[in-house]
Design a protein around this ligand. Structure first.
Ligand code: SF4
Length: 315
């Protein structure tokens, strides 16, 4: 079996920062430290942080007044921020700065009463947070998920219209949606810089590359991880069998019947040790394994820690 490792794969700068924020807050603040929503969408990461003392909650109503609370990398709506103030919570905001960039675009549109079409997945916490940045009384934000939604979309003011996107979508699918949107609303304005983030794009490009040389692709990532799901779908669209796995327990040997090469990648929220465990597992299953690590874009982006955390570290 030839094992081909995608590059880049795994943790992005936003996820590294969010995990770092939780670990540092846990070491600086009295426990319990609450985290609103899974800080990143990965079961192993969340379980590890639980073991270190983090208390994960779905809603702020579960957090007592005056407590310490961390917002996840996906970001939160303005309503959640206001609720946190009313409860006098000490908030450490682990929202990825690239999500905050999209929030700013939507806030600006809301302030200027420019209508906004958000392309994203209904119910995803990032989408909820971004929708919640738009608070105009006189203009609207519309959520669409696919080209069909564009066909059915009616806006109040097509001359004053922008679009924004969730950061972890399929680059190809989003291209089609935007093309349909531009055809229907020729005046629609694009964001200054693409909203789909560098990490999503790089990981999708790496999968496109690996799909040309592997018979099967394993994507290490959790079921609720948007960018991991997109990687699996992309491999399938490229014509190879692809499986999303949390860890080695999810692997079935029948997947490898008649296959000679297996690509491995990991979503932006999956840690490298899970990838290495998958490699070790395959090596134990197959008598002869050759491991190839592909070259890819070098990612050197890092994001600074939130201001409050830096201040607390200095105090
Ligand atoms: S996937 Fe992109 S937007 Fe999401 S946390 Fe990582 S860098 Fe930020």
């Amino acid at each position: 079996m030839k094992i081909i490792l995608a590059n880049p794969r795994g943790f992005c700068a936003g996820v590294s920062r969010a995990v770092d924020v939780v670990e540092k807050v846990l070491s600086l603040e009295p426990h319990p430290v609450y985290v609103r929503h899974e800080v990143v969408h990965n079961r192993a990461v969340v379980n590890d942080l639980k073991g270190k003392g983090a208390v994960f909650v779905k809603e702020l109503s579960e957090v007592p007044d005056n407590a310490v609370c961390i917002f996840s990398a996906h970001g939160v709506s303005q309503e959640v921020q206001e609720a946190a103030k009313r409860k006098n919570l000490r908030i450490y905001d682990a929202t990825c700065p690239l999500v905050t960039k999209v929030h700013r675009e939507v806030q600006k549109a809301s302030k200027n009463e420019v209508e906004c079409v958000l392309i994203g997945h209904r119910g995803h916490p990032e989408v909820e947070g971004t929708l919640g940045q738009y608070r105009s009384q006189n203009a609207k934000i519309y959520l669409i998920e696919n080209v069909e939604d564009v066909m059915n979309l009616q806006v109040d003011n097509p001359e004053k219209l922008i679009y924004a996107t969730q950061t972890t979508l399929s680059v190809d699918e989003t291209r089609d949606i935007i093309a349909a949107l531009k055809e229907k609303f020729p005046e629609v304005a694009a964001p200054k810089k693409e909203d789909i983030c560098y990490a999503t794009q790089n990981r999708q490009n790496a999968v496109r590359n690996i799909a040309k040389m592997a018979d099967i692709l394993l994507v290490v990532g959790s079921k609720n991880s948007s960018n991991s799901n997109r990687l699996r779908e992309l491999a399938e669209v490229s014509g190879i069998d692809s499986y999303l796995i949390d860890n080695t327990n999810d692997i079935e040997l029948s997947w490898f019947e008649g296959k000679k090469s297996c690509g491995i990648t990991a979503g932006a929220s999956a840690p490298e040790y899970l990838v290495q465990a998958v490699v070790n597992h395959l090596q134990a299953q197959f008598e002869h394994c050759e491991i190839v690590e592909l070259n890819g874009v070098k990612e050197e982006i890092t994001f600074p820690l939130p201001k409050l955390l830096k201040q607390r570290q200095k105090a």
